[in-house]
Design a protein around this ligand. Structure first.
Ligand code: ZN
Length: 419
């Protein structure tokens, strides 16, 4: 049921977006295809250690997502091997002696509502999201399709590469939570060469950045203010207003001073508070993220944000709990990888090559890069240019599909030509 061409695969994944740790249909289709191609496939607990993973969806969300995935044609057998959000898939193909080469592809979508508009290609061509409130708004549908297309080409008996090819399909890149359990399981420990790629990132179609820079250090927080409910007219003085504490904290967070030594970003993306109009709100939750170009910058930012949140809680006599829900670190591509990649690009139909381009955010593939580098391997992260209709994470996001084949060519050639 999954097409074999890269654009067809991308459209199939796009039409059924699944968010972090709920990528059951996507992962089951990936596992099935890799197995058909002759890869030794490991999934779920065979490639992930979930100790300490934050923010897993509820039991009911897993059940619903699994049911929906089965109804959408995913294999119940593969799904049964991915309990409790362990939706990572790894395919190994061994061809004699040689390096272990790992490529990482992320699979998750976002809780974003896709626009319905005939100028939007997914609407026009009938492959827009079939799931209310969820959307592939970052291009990970493309990444998954690229991974499977590369898998097929490298499995051909006519190829000459030698060693072990390891294709890692990662869940939950958004929020920075999916890579760490894979690293903790040890899946990167024997990797000699590692490469991850991202489409778009404001890089135009036909251009390849051999390395991404400007990965931001980040923390993702879930903040809960607890107050005391009270009648809003009869005895408001008995209440402790959690909603007001949260509301006060938000402009103060955005007003934290700029950092003289590092770039910083702060965003509150969600606020839930209160119960009804005539009750002093006893609970409020914020979902926010903090990022910086350096680890020290992030430390200064997080300590300022903690102080601000605690101060806002204090004004209302509320209490506060900060749950660090996800993290991201920076990483630098090894020159040996950017050089191999350059050769790989030259071996394809070409395109404009630039050395580095700012990613403008983060990617938890950096945890994988760090582990590979710590253990003596070489790691890199490249960007494949693709014209965008709207910025990443926007509801009108779409990318130029001609970038898919280009990416497949480059990654194929990266493995095939680096022997
Ligand atoms: Zn992304």
């Amino acid at each position: 049921m999954l097409p074999h061409d890269v654009i067809g695969m991308r459209r199939s994944f796009h039409s059924f977006p699944e968010t972090a740790f709920l990528e059951y249909r996507t992962a089951a289709l990936v596992a099935e295809r890799l197995a058909e191609l002759g890869y030794a496939v490991r999934v779920g607990p065979e490639v992930m250690s979930m100790d300490g993973v934050r923010g897993l969806p509820s039991k009911e969300s897993h059940q619903q997502a699994q049911e929906a995935a089965r109804a959408a044609g995913a294999s119940p057998l593969w799904i049964s091997r991915m309990p409790n959000g362990q939706t990572a898939v790894c395919g190994d193909l061994k061809r004699g002696d040689g390096p272990v080469i790992a490529l990482r592809f992320d699979m998750d979508a976002l809780p974003v509502q896709e626009i319905k508009d005939d100028t939007h290609l997914p609407s026009l061509k009938g492959f827009s999201s079939s799931c209310e409130g969820r959307m592939h708004a970052c291009g990970h549908d493309g990444h998954t399709a690229i991974g499977l297309a590369v898998a097929a080409r490298l499995a051909s008996p006519e190829t000459i590469w030698r060693g072990t090819l390891r294709l890692i399909f990662q869940p939950a890149e958004e929020g920075g939570r999916g890579a760490q359990p894979i690293v903790n399981h040890g899946l990167l420990d024997d990797v000699d060469i590692f490469l991850a790629a991202h489409l778009g990132c404001q890089l135009p179609s036909g251009t390849i950045a051999l390395a991404a820079d400007g990965f931001l250090w980040a923390e993702k927080w879930n903040v809960t203010f607890k107050g005391v409910a009270a009648h809003a007219a009869m005895c408001p003085e008995e209440g402790r207003n959690a909603l007001l504490a949260a509301a006060i904290s938000i402009p103060a967070l955005y007003a934290l001073p700029r950092d003289g030594q590092a770039d910083t970003r702060i965003n509150v993306g969600l606020l839930h508070a209160g119960r009804t109009r005539n009750v002093i709100a006893d609970e409020a939750t914020l979902e926010m993220e903090l990022r910086s170009s350096t680890n020290d910058g992030l430390k200064r930012l997080t300590s300022g944000a903690r102080r601000t949140l605690e101060g806002a809680a204090l004004t209302q006599g509320a209490t506060i709990d900060i749950d660090v829900y996800g993290t991201a670190i920076s990483a630098i591509s090894d020159t040996s990888i950017t050089e191999r990649l350059h050769h790989a690009v030259l071996a394809t139909k070409g395109g404009e090559v630039i050395q580095t381009w700012p990613i403008g955010g983060g990617d938890d593939a950096t945890f994988m890069m760090q582990r590979v580098q710590e253990r003596g391997g070489q790691a890199g992260y490249c960007l494949i240019g693709a014209d965008l209709t709207a910025p990443h994470h926007a509801s009108a996001f779409d990318f130029d599909e001609s970038a898919l084949e280009k990416a497949v060519d480059i990654l194929f050639s990266f493995v095939e030509k680096t022997q």
